[in-house]
Design a protein around this ligand. Sequence first.
Ligand SMILES: [Zn+2]
Length: 492
Amino acid sequence: MTPLLKCSRAWRPFLQSSRCWTGVRATRPISLSVPASAAAASAPRHLAASRRAISSGAGHGGGVRQDKLPLKVKPERLMETLHETCAWGTGKRWGKADTETGMSRLTLSDADKEARDWFVETVGGLGCRVTVDAIGNVFAVRPGRSDGPATFAGSHLDTQPTGGRYDGILGIMAGVEMLRVLHENNVETDEEGARFPYSMMGSGVWAEALSLEKAYDLRSVTGDNATLKSELERIGYRGQVPASYRSMPMGAHFELHIEQGPILEAEKRKIGVVQGVQAYKWFTIEVEGRVNRSDALLLASKLIVHGSRVATKHSALVSTGILTLSPGSTNTIPGNVRFSLDIRAPRNETVEEVEARLRQDFAALASGTEDIGGLHEGGTVGKSEFSVSWRTDSATTATVFHEDCIRCVREAAEDVLGADGRLVRDVVSGAGHDSVYASRVCPTTMIFVPCRDGVSHNPAEYTAPEDCAVGAEVLMHSVLKYDGLRGKGLVG
Ligand SMILES: [Zn+2]
């Protein structure tokens, strides 16, 4: 099984193990089961549209939230809860205010246990039934009027060693806020692997993409001899329920997450409606030259530049994150260079096209017989004693999220932000998420909110409180909309 990249364009050696989920059971027909206060959450579109007010203030912190939706999250409570829970595993300081620190909450650490304990206690107090499965996934299901799999929202509570307060955590806090709002309105309704070397492990085992035994045997990369199984037992989160979607099926899954990219902020958008996750392929390229004669690094540099140009032409992304050369001495021309190449694009075919083009062009540039894009111009090409070889390290096909879920998110975003769509944009995630696994076994999509400078996995990761609240509200209304459609038998 190929490890999936989670939440990052850069390769990271260890990722999240398990996650918490919040769920709402599917409704009976809306007119029977939902009190008036919640009716508009699943109201026909023309009804909802009449309640909208077009918002103003598209920038961060602008007053964009609508006042007319009957069910609203409480932004202050949402942010207070988020910051309070960040007392467990507080990381590096980046600013002066109390909340201006990062997070370091490795999965299955003591801090992670405290955050999980808080989650279990909190959702228990909101009338949820809590289930812990054998890989440590925690499910909180709010009972509804009918049986069957719940409609879920979920994300992760653990972080990178030098992570921030929003990646994953916001998704859980928004889910808890949703449960609080439903609870206090009496609404009757029917994910960071920074420690064990597998990405999105909890959802991977749940989706049966990774075996439980293999996951249990994973050893901590922090050198403390712990295995995933021993740590689950130590903190008391190795549950009795089998870790599988067959034991804990989901009717649908929605995940709110920070964008981890710059697009929403740059375009002053508030919500990204995530269409899917990009396909990617990772390679190690080895350039063999000759010490003091054929400069392997100079050629590698040209290949990297060319990769970027070809990517741009295909609307793809090609990047290099690892580069090693030898012999590595100031007055020696390097004879060997190895570098990583990450090719990604929304479509599988595009990744294949870029790869094929680069294989051809790299060979031509190495042979020196052909200059491409003027890369050899004005320089010394040498005696063409180069060879370029490719090794494929991993490949993941594109994920396409479910159209019904996507439609619910778009409508919810319009209800919250106004119907003209200025503040909402379709996006494709550049990074893997737990929702990739969830999408294999149930209708799934994600909701993105902007993050400052597109930064994540960094203590200074930041999403404005206003944007957190908008995201939480869109999440809640997406879940309720989908739940309403299920209640009417309009979706699975
Ligand atoms: Zn994440």
